[in-house]
Design a protein around this ligand. Structure first.
Ligand SMILES: [Zn+2]
Length: 77
């Protein structure tokens, strides 16, 4: 088996073994998912896409998370 060096789909760093993202973007992705659960808990109903759109508007959301949002929303369409 040829082992390929995979790259993060959001930047040029090497991706983690079990992820399409590098360490930084993978962490951001996990954060994004965790936060979504607390948003659903707080707001009752919010779709994944609505949630991501809202985060994109927020200044306090980090650039790593925004990179991940850009990728994830592209995958939805
Ligand atoms: Zn990355």
């Amino acid at each position: 088996m040829i082992s390929q060096t995979r790259k993060c789909i959001a930047c040029t760093r090497k991706s983690c073994t079990d992820s399409k993202y590098c360490t930084y973007h993978h962490d951001a992705f996990l954060n994004l998912k965790q936060k979504y659960e607390s948003w659903v808990y707080a707001y009752g109903h919010i779709s994944w896409q609505e949630y991501m759109n809202k985060l994109l508007m927020m200044n306090e959301v980090g650039i790593w998370v925004k990179d991940v949002i850009a990728i994830e929303s592209r995958n939805l369409n």
